[in-house]
Design a protein around this ligand. Structure first.
Ligand SMILES: Cc1cc2nc3c(=O)[nH]c(=O)nc-3n(C[C@H](O)[C@H](O)[C@H](O)COP(=O)(O)OP(=O)(O)OC[C@H]3O[C@@H](n4cnc5c(N)ncnc54)[C@H](O)[C@@H]3O)c2cc1C
Length: 387
């Protein structure tokens, strides 16, 4: 990996910055949108369609399905830029949770035409419905069942804390469709949210971003055999492939937010005066900023390196866990210090700092908790250790 690997994406990074600052943030101001509630569906669609027009939407998807075929590294650089700005449309600019997902590349031609093509066009959104009330870290221990019936399946179960669940046009739903328990029994099904028995009306009031996560209740939902993505019993492998890559993307998100926390904290430290001097002149504040800058540099470095490793086709299972663990824990430390540097007004909604503090808390939990990241790292480390 050399310096040019990242600098070649500079025009795209600038294009993200321009779109977000000149069009997306003004749009949310015009509509008075706040972080307390997920933005309305029609405005999210508008942001996606314009992003598509600008060539920013789902850029890492292959050209064969309408993407730009950009390396994952390019996507992560764009992702870091996106999150260094404060926008409620953060899931729509590049196509994040609910946008086009490589997991659908496992689909048949017919499935890609029906589900992937409108996603790529920015017209629809989806959701990744794996977690259940009794299956979180133990993600293959699912209770949702897909029982074979009349050339297809009848699906019953409940999914919860599903990102974009309440607004998704269809769900990528993971269910047990075979006799086998555990990973070998998990099957991915593509289910239209308008299917009878599919109820996504219950959204969660969630820390950071209310209305975006929700529950999906599946009551006697009938699907054809053509709803199976890939093969019966291959769903867990598909899910994990996607999650491993997405952990790096989540780390890029954490890193972008950390850039924002640091930029705002240093600007505020220069401007805020106490005891007759800017607080930036106090070493206590300088040490915090220096620590943040150093850790931010480390996070940027591992995000870009891990993304590059994915592009090189290397095994990323361990590094994606390390990257997500480091970046998500790092941004939580930085959010804490950003509030501290801002003092009392850091706790007020108007500064945007308390929002960072609330928003980043979810990052050490989704796509695997920090504890599970450490276990993944240790597992691979010890498997490779001499016996
Ligand atoms: C904002 C948000 C968005 C989400 N979006 C989605 C989504 O789109 N799709 C989806 O399917 N899910 C989603 N989730 C769910 C998420 O994947 C789970 O919350 C996560 O995997 C943890 O599972 P859990 O909440 O059941 O915690 P649990 O698994 O119950 O864990 C509770 C605690 O026990 C610890 N623990 C569990 N097992 C072990 C172990 N073996 N060793 C040590 N410690 C352990 C955990 O680290 C944690 O500290 C989302 C969650 C959040 C918060």
């Amino acid at each position: 990996m050399n310096h040019d690997s990242t600098t070649q994406y500079e025009p795209l990074r600038q294009a993200v910055r321009h779109y977000v600052t000149e069009e997306v943030i003004p749009l949310e101001r015009e509509h008075g949108l706040t972080w307390n509630i997920a933005p309305p569906k029609d405005l999210r669609r508008k942001v996606r369609l314009r992003a598509k027009e600008l060539g920013l939407y789902a850029p890492e998807m292959p050209e064969a399905v309408g993407g730009a075929g950009l390396p994952f590294l390019g996507r992560c650089i764009m992702e870091m830029e996106l999150h260094s700005h404060d926008t409620v449309f953060f899931e729509d600019v590049l196509g994040g949770g609910g946008g086009p997902t490589p997991i659908l590349l496992a689909g048949t031609r017919a499935q890609q035409d029906r589900f992937l093509a409108p996603l790529m066009a920015g017209e629809t959104t989806t959701c990744f419905a794996l977690s259940e009330p009794d299956a979180g870290s133990d993600a293959s221990n699912l209770r949702t069942r897909a029982v074979p019936a009349e050339g297809g399946f009848v699906v019953d179960g409940t999914k919860n804390i599903v990102s974009n669940g309440p607004q998704a046009d269809f769900g990528i739903v993971f269910a047990m469709a075979m006799g086998a328990d555990g990973p070998a029994g998990v099957t991915a099904l593509l289910i239209d949210s308008t299917a009878p028995g599919y109820d996504n009306s219950r959204s969660h009031t969630c820390m950071g971003f209310t209305g975006f996560q929700g529950e999906i209740a599946l009551i006697d939902v009938r699907v054809g055999a053509d709803a199976v993505l890939g093969e019966v019993g291959r769903g867990f492998a598909l899910a994990m492939d996607w999650i491993n890559a997405n952990r790096i993307r989540t780390a890029a998100m954490a890193t972008g937010i950390a850039r924002r926390a640091l930029a705002r904290s240093s600007a505020y430290a220069m401007q805020r005066r106490q005891f007759g001097a800017p607080i930036a002149s106090f070493q206590a504040i300088q040490l915090k900023l220096a620590e943040m800058a150093t850790e931010l540099y480390a996070a940027e470095s591992i995000v870009t390196r891990s993304a590059w490793m994915k592009d090189e086709g290397q095994d990323i299972r361990q590094v994606s866990a390390m990257t997500k663990l480091y970046a998500s824990e790092m941004v939580n430390r930085h959010a804490y210090e950003a509030v501290q540097i801002h003092g009392g007004i850091g706790c007020l909604e108007e500064t945007g700092i308390e929002r960072i503090y609330r928003m980043v808390r979810i990052l050490t939990i989704l796509e695997g908790t920090s504890e599970m990241m450490r276990l993944t790292v240790a597992d691979r480390l010890l498997k490779a250790a001499p016996r």
